[in-house]
Design a protein around this ligand. Structure first.
Ligand code: ATP
Ligand code: MG
Length: 484
């Protein structure tokens, strides 16, 4: 922006007007100078010469002059209309027609920003008179006679002030604009915020819904897992109880026949006399022998015991379900591992007998403190896997031994179950303990046996290890702390 250096002079005295011209355009010299010098009580030309460089330096003002108040007012009007307002006006107080105060008042009506300096002689007018007329107290006075430096100082100071005010106004306008822009931005930000908030709310609702769904699926998955686990656990005893009952049913028909035979013999003896007794007894003995009644009687006892054992296991599982896998401290007791393995073999005998020969290398081991049902379940799972791995016929070797660790307080019992089955390919070894990992046909294996086994061993602070060779067989080692 160009600086405002426009100066207006209103004075009825021609000499003084010329003096102003000299002050603001120092090159101008005329005979009027001498008149002005007389009026201002200085040797103007001498002063001018002396100060020439100084004046030149600052005198880049655009000066307009008027002889009367009316003329001055017209100039101000034009300047405002042309948008090149004056910065400062030097107005003579005492003029014919309109005096300086009235002229100032009217000028300010047109351009309130113009700075006004009233030039007056001592005692002509008091500042109060002038303030009363103009209605403004930001008016300056210069007493006659004045020195051109004073004029320049006023011009300099007041145009500077004008320019500063102008800059300030522009700055303020810019600031206002910036403020408005900021407010607009703020408003858009607020609306963005509202959009974001509603998006956030929607998202939150979605996440909550999804979380609820995940929990639901999770619950279902664990219910499924539990159901599958229970099915697996119940399936084994159920299948041998089933097999035992079928055997018992077969035996029953034979015992029925025997019973019938006895009834016949009884009737015969009662009505036809005792002379036929030896022959009948012989017939009975033969029947018993032919039908292996002795053996059947012994087997019936075993089958019933085994079935009762199985029913007991199912009962336990159902009880386990009730407490939902919470293990009762009361069940934590000492177990004879060798005996437990034997019991398990008995239970599984129907599955084992046609496929594998069992070789036992039982060591002398202390009872192990554990949850016996769970540990029996481990033997059951491992033995079943061993049997199932054998295609035609093979052997299952069972080793038990005590491992004493010198620097440890506790003893450990190691159980190794080794089969001559198909073996496990390397890529499957790491997946054995995964729930539902199975290579068996659908309906045969659930893939839970080893994962359940792993959990049980872990709960007993034990270790389970697998070593296997495809085509050679598999050995599973379980190490349990004796828990003394
Ligand atoms: N002794 C073994 N010999 C060969 N493969 C084995 C042996 N034990 C386990 N496996 C392999 O590990 C898989 C997982 O065994 P796991 O006992 O967990 O499940 P499963 O026997 O398939 O089914 P489930 O035990 O639930 O009836 C088996 O499918 C089999 O491939
Ligand atoms: Mg299994």
């Amino acid at each position: 922006m160009e600086e405002n250096r426009r100066v207006l002079v209103i004075d009825d005295d021609e000499g003084i007007r010329e003096t102003y011209k000299v002050i603001f355009t120092p090159e101008v010299e005329s005979d009027i100078l001498s008149r002005g010098s007389a009026l201002f009580d200085i040797d103007f030309s001498a002063d001018l010469k002396k100060n020439k460089p100084k004046i030149r330096k600052t005198a880049d003002y655009k000066l307009s002059v008027a002889e009367t108040g009316m003329q001055g007012i017209t100039l101000v009007k034009d300047a405002v209309l042309e948008n090149r307002p004056f910065g400062v006006a030097f107005i003579d107080m005492k003029m014919p027609g309109m005096n300086g105060a009235e002229t100032s008042r009217q000028i300010w009506d047109i351009d309130p920003k113009i700075r006004i300096v009233i030039v007056t002689a001592y005692s002509e007018y008091t500042p109060d008179d002038i303030i009363a007329t103009t209605g403004r107290d930001d008016i300056f006075y210069l007493r006659k006679p004045f020195n051109h430096e004073e004029i320049l100082q006023f011009a300099r100071a007041l145009t500077n002030e004008w320019n500063l005010e102008q800059k300030q106004e522009i700055l303020q306008a810019e600031l206002k604009e910036a403020n408005e822009a900021l407010e607009n931005m703020n408003r858009s930000l607020e609306s963005m915020n509202r959009t974001l908030e509603s998006m956030n709310k929607n998202l939150k609702e979605k996440v909550e819904k999804q979380a609820a769904m995940i929990v639901q699926t999770d619950k279902m998955a664990s219910v499924g897992l539990l159901a599958a686990g229970v099915a697996h656990e119940i399936n084994n005893p159920l299948s041998f109880i089933n097999a035992n009952l079928s055997a018992l049913k077969r035996y029953m028909t034979k015992i029925d026949d025997l019973h019938q035979k006895y009834n016949d013999v009884e009737l015969f003896l009662r009505y036809s006399g005792l002379e036929n007794a030896p022959a009948l007894l012989e017939e009975l003995a033969e029947f018993k022998k032919d039908n292996k009644i002795e053996l059947i009687m012994a087997d019936i006892k075993d089958l019933t015991d085994e079935s009762l054992d199985g029913i007991e296991r199912i009962k336990t599982i159902v009880n386990d379900l009730k407490t939902f896998s919470r293990i009762d401290e009361a069940d934590y007791t000492y177990l004879d591992i060798n005996k437990a393995i034997d019991t398990t073999i008995n239970i599984l005998w129907n599955e084992i007998k046609y496929k594998a020969e069992i070789i036992k290398h039982y060591g002398t081991i202390p009872d192990v403190r554990c949850f016996p049902q769970k540990i029996s379940q481990v033997f059951m799972n491992l033995l079943l896997n061993a049997v199932q791995a054998i295609k035609e016929h093979g052997t299952i070797t069972i080793n038990t031994q005590l491992i004493s660790q010198n620097n440890k307080q506790e003893d450990f019992v190691q159980i190794r179950i080794k089969d001559t089955g198909c073996g496990i390919p390397k890529e499957n070894i790491n997946r054995l303990f995964e729930p539902f990992f199975t290579t068996k046909p659908v309906g045969t294996g659930t893939g839970l046996g080893l994962s359940i086994t792993y959990e049980i061993i872990k709960a007993h602070k034990g270790i389970i290890e697998v070593s296997s060779e495809v085509g050679q067989g598999t050995e599973i080692s379980v190490i349990l702390p004796t828990g003394v």
